[in-house]
Ligand binder design. Sequence first.
Ligand SMILES: Nc1ncnc2c1ncn2[C@@H]1O[C@H](COP(=O)(O)OP(=O)(O)OP(=O)(O)O)[C@@H](O)[C@H]1O
Ligand code: SF4
Ligand SMILES: [Mg+2]
Length: 329
Amino acid sequence: MSETIELLSVQNAKKSFRLGGILSNKEIIAVNEVSFSLFADKPDILSIIGESGSGKSTLSRLILRLLLPDSGSIKLEGTDVHAMKGRKQELDYMRRVQPIFQNPFETFNPLNRVDEFLMATATNYFPGEKPAQAKERVEKALQAVGLSLAEVGERYPHELSGGQLQRASVARAIIPNPKILVADEPVSMVDASLRMSIVNLFQELKNTMGTSIIYITHDLATAYYISDRIAIIHKGYFVEQGDTEAILSKPKHPYTKLLVESTLDPRPGATSLADGEVSTGDEEYLAVGCKFAARCPRAMDICRKVQPAETIVGNWKVRCHLYGENNAS
Ligand SMILES: Nc1ncnc2c1ncn2[C@@H]1O[C@H](COP(=O)(O)OP(=O)(O)OP(=O)(O)O)[C@@H](O)[C@H]1O
Ligand code: SF4
Ligand SMILES: [Mg+2]
């Protein structure tokens, strides 16, 4: 089968925010000229990796249709998100694109038992079905994440461990049989010893259910482990995107190189650019030309004047003046 059936197509998506309130004339473009696609006949795991404040959650909210892009297009199975109106179309979108949030405690209502909450989710997406059918859907979803109604159904969210609750929130997300899961930092609040089991779950869901997963993280290690493709995001731009193994073994963009080197740096206390706590603030967003120029060891004059375009170099895309028209490498 060909790989051209686009499930999700994001083309030149832009989303800006005004800094410091409505009277301010300063604006940052939190997501800028972002383009990528997911293909219906080739489910995969795309990791979007970037430091704090790089635009990851804004992009995730655009994909989830919680925000609409200022310009560019986001199409799900050919229909632009701007063209979807009304409760029915919204529900239809949500059925196909489901979120997994960072904090599983925020997914659940603390006052509802887990089974009540999951049953309500099933009924919401499949109104008119009998309770027995909803229960079957819930059980199936829980079993797919290694849980069961007997184990967790009668408990309240606070009676589950963080790892169990994140699994249950993945179960909630797969109840409507979505085509895409958007997981924004899904393991950063889960105990380190349980992270890999959740991350492995994504791989299982891809393989068994054919679900595509957009895994958003600042953690290069888990992204390397599970993703087929990666996109490195810096101040709203995808600076490098393509095959995970190829990029991480031989990164081209200076920012990706720094990310990889800092992740591999064995010195105790070495600062990792990939650390979620690291933020360079909004100054880089406001820079003219390449947003990374102030930190880039290879910056040239042109970098401080002209924003580099995304260029195909070998088998993947890079946004850097070292490649493309101003090739200096
Ligand atoms: N609703 C908003 N109003 C104004 N600015 C916003 C809004 N949402 C995000 N931003 C700004 O957009 C930029 C990107 O934020 P975003 O939350 O997308 O980053 P992130 O990569 O998810 O960061 P983190 O790793 O800390 O979650 C930041 O400068 C942030 O302050
Ligand atoms: S465009 Fe210039 S400043 Fe930006 S990453 Fe490439 S070399 Fe560095
Ligand atoms: Mg975020």
